[in-house]
Design a protein around this ligand. Structure first.
Ligand code: UD1
Length: 313
């Protein structure tokens, strides 16, 4: 029986893909993770059902035997964060570009059925028009955005040159349970929720009118499973978003309301490399992959806040 591989499977998004695969009846799920940003705890309740391999995508020899013969590889392993890639560009370059190349090479040489790649909406940069369409010319504003775009291009080239089936999903600001709020590079909603629970003021970079298409992690995992099965999509790129647009001020307002607090945020200068507005056009993903996000922003935020209240993040 062919197995499924999730690189970065101990991470926030990867571990949700693992749970969704198991819920959908996947026989054998193998996780590749070096635990640099992922945590074993993210896989705690599914641990007996999976094969966990501590391995690093920067080293081809470590991952090739694990990837060989897989039905599908979900490639989630990455060093995320725009500001981290600016402060410390070498590790993110090595993992996000060289590591992705290694995963694709191992998949091609190992006869893998398909690679579903975690691309990023940051590839668009600032566009004149919203929502953002896959046909727009990318305009990366940070090393991270560029690295994720290079991975996408590599997916396209592995498909066209060597016939490896690949699909790239440009994630739009994914949030939800298990997102680690503890680093300055953490996703903004995880930071907002921890601040509200601890009755602290968050810092909003810029005037707070920066907007994002925040997408709930279970919807992103579902989209991955659909992309693994869809027909005639090889080499293509799809937006993995919700289609909405929420400002940071609105998001902090909702977090306060859900938590029953009133705390004025601090405002700081905008962050280097930040995109001003982000919103996905989901037409192609709906048409070709059957994308059907189930969570409204409010519902996703309620579930996420419940999780942080219970587990603290
Ligand atoms: C970017 C990508 C996203 C990718 C992610 C990986 C875009 C549009 N999105 O997310 O696809 O998955 O990187 O890390 O580029 N902020 C605050 N206060 C904080 C933290 C953040 O105001 O304490 C602000 C940031 O300056 C930014 C917004 O919140 O304007 C979102 O930041 P963050 O959650 O880090 O994600 P992006 O950089 O948008």
């Amino acid at each position: 029986m062919n197995h499924y591989v999730v690189t970065g499977g101990a991470g926030f998004i990867g571990s949700q893909i693992v749970r969704s695969l198991l819920a959908a009846g996947a026989g054998k799920v193998v996780v590749i993770d070096n635990l640099s940003t992922g945590h074993r705890a993210n896989l705690e309740e599914v641990r007996p059902q999976i094969d966990f391999q501590r391995a690093d995508i920067r080293y081809y020899e470590e991952i090739a035997p694990i990837i060989r013969g897989a039905a599908v590889v979900f490639h989630e392993a990455a060093i995320p964060s725009v500001p981290r890639s600016i402060d410390d560009p070498v590790p993110s370059h090595e993992v996000n570009i060289d590591g992705t190349f290694n995963v694709l090479r191992a998949a091609r040489e190992g006869g893998v059925g398909r690679v579903v790649y975690a691309a990023s909406s940051s590839a668009y940069g600032d566009t004149e028009v919203l929502p953002k369409l896959e046909t727009m010319t990318p305009n990366p504003k940070s090393p991270y955005a560029l690295q994720k775009l290079v991975g996408e291009y590599y997916c396209g080239v592995f498909a066209s040159v060597w016939g490896l089936e690949t699909v790239s999903l440009r994630y739009f600001n994914v949030y939800g349970p298990r997102q680690d709020p503890s680093s300055p590079y953490s996703g903004v909603l995880s930071i907002f929720m921890r601040c509200a629970i601890e009755r602290r003021a968050p810092t909003i970079f810029g005037d707070g009118e920066t907007s994002r298409d925040f997408t709930f992690v279970e919807d992103v995992a579902d989209l991955n499973l659909k992309a693994a099965k869809a027909k005639d999509v090889s080499g293509k790129v799809y937006n993995g978003g919700n289609g909405g647009r929420i400002t940071l001020n609105e998001a902090w307002r909702l977090v306060q309301e859900l938590e029953g607090v009133s705390i004025a945020p601090n405002y700081g200068p905008p962050r280097a490399g930040d995109v001003r507005d982000s919103q996905a056009d989901t037409t192609a993903a709906v048409r070709d992959l059957g994308h059907a996000p189930r969570y409204s922003f409010e519902q996703g935020m309620r579930d996420t806040l419940d999780w942080y209240r219970q587990y603290g993040g």
